[in-house]
Design a binder for this molecule. Sequence first.
Ligand code: FAD
Ligand code: NAP
Length: 479
Amino acid sequence: MLYASKWLGILPSSGSCSCSVSLLVRKLSSVSGAAPKVCIVGGGPAGFYTAQQLLKARHDIVVDIYERLPVPFGLVRFGVAPDHPEVKNVINTFTQTAHSERFYFHGNVNVGMDISVEELKEAYHAVVLSYGAEGNRSLAVSGEDLIGVFSARDFVGWYNGHPSNKELHPDLNCETVVILGQGNVALDIARVLLSPLDMLKKTDITQRALQTLAASRVRRVLMVGRRGPLQIAGTIKEVREMINLPGTKADLLPVDYDGIAEALNGRNVDRAHDKNIENGGWWTGSKQAMGIRFLRSPVKVLPGADGKRVAGIRLAVKKLEGSGEGAQAIPTGHTEDLECGMVICSIGYKSLPIDPAVPFDPRRAIVQNNLGRVQGTAGLYCSGWLKRGPTGVIATTMNDSFDTARIILNDLEAGTLDMSIHKPGAQDITALLKARGVREVSFSEWEKINSEEVRRGEALGKPREKLLDVEEMLAVAWS
Ligand code: FAD
Ligand code: NAP
């Protein structure tokens, strides 16, 4: 029995060992099938926070996380900007959870490919889907597939070392980059493109990205949004950080702020918007500039003379109807062309279905659920971006995951989840995976990858240098 043998020290454990008799009883009761066995699909914040809450609330529960990559932490590793290291401190909490004796990490397992959700349901009392949003919304305009047009997800994955994006090779041999969308992801990308290299060198951005940025000719980034300054999706702290970036001039149009004070009806006009107006004016020859353009929607990505590479973008000019958050942008009938050498489409990530057995709402791109209970499927739950869509910071994801965990705990208490049935848990899944030639990466094996990355980073004066290649990660993990 996997759990018993790990606990009794027959197999090496990544967790600390306790010798208390009560723990032994609890562990052995889990072996007899009395303890709830829960598995979570996805090792990002939603997965770890759901696990944390379950482990904290019940001292008999056993939680397994199945993660597609050999490395954990999802967008904390592959999304959060390299110059925001403090945000990544949540990894310490996740690592504490991972060191629980009742928690097991199974990296390198692609659920939906290596193992089905149905097979997980057979092996566990409850299955939680927390696999995030691995796709991206598309603009659905012509020219989207031209060379030089990137999704934000790919571009962020490239500078953050996601193995799927290691071959991206963006060509920064151009003066102007247009970013479509005005959320925090767009702001992250703009900052990375325009930050002084010395600031980035000390972060965990990949060396490959640093080398490309060192040769970059980009001097102007324009962040284009379809609505007005009061509807901007990015948060004020991040807007301010961008506007104050050393060596970069803010390029804002005072006309965009006409009527803002009246619209706010006597409330303080946001200081950042005030500052935008102060700094406003067309970009005039400073070393580099960050522009924000409002009330513009993409109509067409324009090709250059070769018909293959992006040379500009056509935008529909809009006007606002309504006010505040709910204001709608209505076309005026006018268009405007902007010249640029690269377009980054940052209009949001998107969850994808991974298993036909799971009800999926294609319009909202989420798993159909009611408060985290997957509709029509007892024992199946969801949390995080997959549950509510691809918005919200880590704290939002934490609260949402705690909610899902509470729903599971309620269902356990209420008897909705039948605990009289013995569930084999990871024992059966590991055997199935082995038969299919899939070898898992445990948390202690991830910690070997971690040590290697930190070691490589030290030599470069960085917190870590990420391994970019799954094969290399596996070689280090299993060495
Ligand atoms: P994810 O973090 O995406 O985790 C999902 C996990 O599931 C991944 O590890 C993935 O590999 C795994 N997975 C996918 N498919 C499978 C499968 N088939 N089988 C097994 N595993 C699978 N929030 C902040 O508070 N501060 C920030 O600075 C910040 N920066 C961000 C920057 C970017 C670019 C983005 C996109 C988001 C940022 N956020 C930030 C938001 C934050 O990252 C999210 O709230 C959070 O990561 C969502 O967690 P999740 O677990 O739902 O998804
Ligand atoms: P987001 O905040 O939802 O922003 C998406 C942007 O795309 C908005 O400007 C939106 O405009 C625009 N958009 C959507 N569909 C469009 C279309 N069809 N055409 C044109 N524009 C379109 O998403 P995000 O930037 O990807 O961020 C995701 C989440 O991660 C957010 O909650 C964010 O706060 C979080 N995050 C946080 C940080 C941080 O805390 N530092 C950093 C990165 C990400 P409308 O507003 O008009 O819809």
